[in-house]
Design a binder for this molecule. Structure first.
Ligand code: ATP
Length: 379
């Protein structure tokens, strides 16, 4: 049982606070991605949990035990935490086996079986055990670093941008191997990343860090589909933003009258939807039609900029369509909006007087997974 709990944690360097009264819960056996811009304090948060940095205020609890608080300090080596750095940090003079065995408790350091088991766990063949780190690819090095971190069976694994130095294909494979290994051990994990796709695909919960605070912490589909505000929405991916008016759970905007996801007070709003929610019909529909202004082709998909009839507004409405046969610039298309949209009170506007419900909390509980079963190694 290794739940992680941060209560009003303030942390930084000298007197400068980088994290300002941060609250966060990472349930046992789940993975949380900390996502934020450069310098937002992601690594600072990870270092505070690991015990490499003493918080200026607040409490850190790991597995129900207070490890940092006023008058309490548990050093990193007694927190039962595994740490994987951006560059792996393997010892260059030791073999793969030596590196992994280094993570084992003293009496077990000669147990080659356990080393081979750990290699298997991270999806590496036993033949690599005698190689030195400089004889491995970047992805293999990261897997060895993970194996070393998992060797003492930590309840919590902290991953500090461990995939960022890898190219796209290797990155995906290493990420999947890491996710499998974490699932197999049932360890709780915190991943620091600035890659939105990585955060959404890797974790049970995504916590967005900005201006020293957690802006939203919720399962991936919630942060993406129901972002807490416009900034979080834009940080997590491409967002179409148009002005509108909210009334009785619906918004009226230049895309029509649309159902709203979540609660929004009546009145002027900014409507937010994802470009993939807009579907296009060649030739137009006669209801909501547009002219294609430009197309950015990405292979698997394409982003189409549209000028809605009568709006005179280009570049405001974008659709993301599959890349097989995107429309051409100048083409006429009809639009449909799939699913509910999100709406935020327009800037400078306070809640309407007829509101009856409070705004939903930006922190949504993460479903705790059923006990995990070790998966077979992928070829
Ligand atoms: N050892 C340090 N001494 C003083 N300031 C530091 C130290 N380490 C980090 N900082 C500052 O604290 C702030 C947060 O840094 P941190 O490394 O936590 O951000 P980050 O979100 O991980 O950034 P990145 O994505 O660029 O790695 C930055 O302004 C940084 O300059």
């Amino acid at each position: 049982m290794t739940e992680v709990r941060l209560r009003a944690v303030t942390a930084g360097y000298g007197r400068e606070a980088v994290l300002d009264e941060v609250d966060l819960v990472v349930p046992t056996g789940t993975t949380t991605a900390i996502l934020g811009g450069s310098g937002s304090g992601k690594t600072t948060l990870l270092r505070t949990v690991a015990g490499f940095l003493r918080p200026l205020g607040g409490e850190v609890l790991i597995g129900g035990r207070t490890v940092a608080a006023a008058g309490t300090w548990v050093p990193p080596e007694r927190r039962g935490v595994g740490y994987v750095r951006q560059e792996g940090g393997l010892f260059p003079h030791l073999s793969v086996e030596g590196n992994i065995a280094f993570g084992l408790p003293w009496p077990r350091r000669r147990h080659r079986d356990r080393v081979l088991e750990l290699l298997d766990l991270v999806g590496l063949p036993a033949e690599l055990a005698d190689r030195r780190p400089d004889q491995l690819s970047g992805g293999q090095q990261q897997r060895v670093a993970l194996a070393r971190a998992l060797a003492p069976r930590p309840g919590l694994v902290l991953l500090d941008e461990p995939f960022s130095s890898l190219d796209t294909a290797l990155r995906a494979a290493t990420r999947e191997a890491t996710a499998r290994a974490l699932r197999a051990t049932g360890a709780t994990a915190i991943l620091v990343t600035h890659d939105q796709g990585e955060a959404l695909s890797f974790s049970d919960q995504v916590a967005i860090l900005g201006a020293g605070a957690i802006r939203q912490a919720a399962p991936p589909r919630v942060v993406y589909g129901e972002p807490a505000d416009v900034e979080v929405a834009e940080f997590l991916g491409d967002a179409v933003l148009v002005p509108g008016t909210a009334r009785n759970g619906r918004v009226e905007c230049l895309l029509g009258t649309l159902p709203v996801r979540g609660y929004v007070p009546r009145g002027a709003v900014t409507v937010m939807l994802r470009p993939e929610q807009i579907t296009l019909t060649p030739g137009g529909t006669g209801r909501l039609d547009a002219t294609v202004r430009s197309v950015a082709y990405f292979g698997h998909d394409a982003v189409v900029e549209l000028e809605l009839d009568g709006s005179g507004l280009a570049e405001q409405v974008r659709a993301r369509v599959v890349g097989l046969q995107p429309p051409e610039p100048g083409e006429r298309v009809g639009l449909d909006v799939a699913g509910p949209v999100r709406a935020f009170p327009a800037a400078g506007r306070t809640s309407g007087s007829d509101d009856v419900r409070p705004e939903a909390s930006p922190v949504v509980p993460v479903p705790v997974p059923a006990p995990r079963v070790r998966e077979a190694r992928q070829p």
